[in-house]
Ligand binder design. Structure first.
Ligand SMILES: CC(C)(COP(=O)(O)OP(=O)(O)OC[C@H]1O[C@@H](n2cnc3c(N)ncnc32)[C@H](O)[C@@H]1OP(=O)(O)O)[C@@H](O)C(=O)NCCC(=O)NCCS
Length: 179
């Protein structure tokens, strides 16, 4: 049975295969083949970045922003990588507007199997057990009905609909999930 686990070296060959199949670490940015090749060459370096992220993050507009503390877990079956889910421990002004606490993605070949719904439920349990939060925020593009369904199935309560801050012309929803 799949489970949430800390990203580890044993998962890396499958993680790289997922990237090559079209899995994206960031729904706003495409993966570039050079970056995938570097991850394949230097899996330990990559894992250090995932498990101990740098203090700054390149924002979707290319500027540099403050990175809040974040924990990423991978959904794995044996050593096979299926998807990832991460939680930001706090929000800053930018993330309150868009981004929220929790983000997730499932590799293309594993979509439609209920994994995102289970991953999010598992991450909510992880947050309950490990972080002093009584609710978490999630944001989603209106063009992503599967993710809207995943959030609502996990108890998401709609806050509002807003213009997408990074994708001109798109609209998005912000949700709270009580813990
Ligand atoms: C969105 C995403 C995470 C969904 O992953 P998944 O594992 O396929 O999701 P699940 O199988 O758990 O559930 C999807 C639900 O949406 C429903 N769904 C799928 N496509 C849909 C559509 N076009 N319209 C309405 N509902 C849809 C499914 O029927 C399912 O609901 P159900 O359990 O009631 O049948 C996945 O497509 C993905 O990784 N996309 C790229 C990254 C991304 O968008 N991340 C989320 C950013 S907010």
């Amino acid at each position: 049975m799949p489970r949430l686990a800390a990203p580890a070296l044993a998962h890396m060959p499958s993680f790289v295969a997922a990237l090559k199949e079209g899995y994206r670490r960031d729904s706003l940015r495409a993966e570039d083949p050079g970056a995938i090749a570097q991850i394949e060459r230097e899996p330990q370096w990559f894992l250090r970045q995932v498990n101990t992220p740098p203090a700054h993050v390149v924002l979707p507009d290319g500027t540099l922003g403050e990175r809040v503390l974040e924990t990423q877990l991978w959904y794995v079956e044996g050593d096979e990588f299926l998807g990832s889910v991460s939680v930001r421990h706090t929000l800053n002004e930018l993330l309150e507007r868009w981004g929220g606490h929790i983000g997730y993605a499932v590799r293309p070949s594993a979509q439609g199997c209920g994994y995102a719904s289970t991953m999010l439920a598992g991450m909510l349990d992880h947050v309950r057990a490990n972080l002093p939060l009584d609710r978490v925020m999630l944001t989603v593009n209106l063009k992503n009905p599967a993710s809207i369904r995943v959030i609502e199935k996990n108890g998401g309560v709609l806050i509002d609909e807003v213009d997408h801050p990074w994708v001109e012309g798109d609209r998005g929803r912000r949700y709270w999930i009580a813990l």
